[in-house]
Design a binder for this molecule. Sequence first.
Ligand code: HEM
Length: 389
Amino acid sequence: MQRFSQSPTDPNFVQNPYPFYDRLRTSGDLAWWDEYAMPCAASHHAVHTILRDRRFGREVPPELAPTIPDHLAPFYAVEAHSMLELEPPRHTRLRGLVLRAFTSRRIKALEPEITALTHEKIDTFPSGAPFDILTTFCQPIPVIVIARLLGVPDDMAPQLLRWSNAMVAMYQASRTRATEDAAAQAAAEFSDFLRSYIDTRRHDPRDDLITHLIAAEEAGEKLSTDELITTCILLLNAGHEATVHTLGNGIKTLLEAGTDRIDDKTVEEILRYDPPLHMFTRYAYEGITLYEHTFQRGDQVALLLASANRDPVQWPDAQRFDPTRPVTQNTSFGGGLHFCVGAPLARLELQIALPILWDRCPNLRIAEPSIYANTYHFHGLERLMVQTS
Ligand code: HEM
């Protein structure tokens, strides 16, 4: 396997990681990334295959479980119950409970609300002056939608955004001790808020996800209170972070490409071309030989979703943004057991918000060069300054 060195915080890489992915892919399905000290699946075939191979998983093998330092205890107290960090049987039980509430009927029923919210946000755009469309449009829509789906008041949205940003920063290559302290504090505050909010809501059932999860918890055995809290935090965090940045990256791409027709295919191409989440890792649970490499139990492998999406074997002329290309499933929502629970909701938000934006702001244009935040493995803009005229 060929070795590569690339700092994930190098500004050039952060602004455009795709040339590095191209180099990795030309060396084969797996390449060794020195800075992460692990093999990376870079081709579409390898990413697709390992995501579905049950001999690999997200949960840390028990014998490798790290000792949690005291200052991070509140953060990992939440993570310990996250379906995203678990494998069956706990994963199956937690995911099943959420999926029952995430029915296609319930998602589809959100359409009028997402439409109204999109118009409401566009109404606030200044006419003539440059403004940041990330904070005025891309952030509030997904945050308010997921908060309403769970049954958390709209006015909590800015606070949810702050807690969420602090917690997900734990997964960024630029993580420092200050990041860790902020994440632990956010996890503790978020849990405290949900614990008391859930207690209030026990006596106030409504037609929302929190009510549904409380019912599962009260039925006993199906869901503990800690699992209930973590599931709410996971949904609130995962429910907007990636959607915010898909909207941002997508608007930038559409404006740069001069695209004026936005349909469901355009949304799929946006997801393929510049996704917001670039890397997830898996542990090998047994000795496995794949692509001429032997993994020992406990070895990790990085799955480069955004690299898989630019694989020319899967997409001819993969470096070109082409909203007319036939839709082939990209890897932006992952695959296999942990395939994104929120994919139908995220797609719906994009399919509604972007065409309305283009319809109402036909002269939308980029006002200042945009910069991606130094937050690998996330890939999202710091801000996106635009003008409507
Ligand atoms: C464009 C937006 C989104 C993208 C690109 C995205 C991407 C992903 C990816 C790649 C994974 C799998 C990670 C892995 O395999 O290790 C995932 C899992 C997950 N996502 Fe999303 N997501 C998006 C929106 C959402 C939304 C709107 C929600 C919630 C409503 C959500 C909830 C989740 C949850 C709960 C999981 C964990 C599933 C499991 O472990 O079984 N996501 N997402």
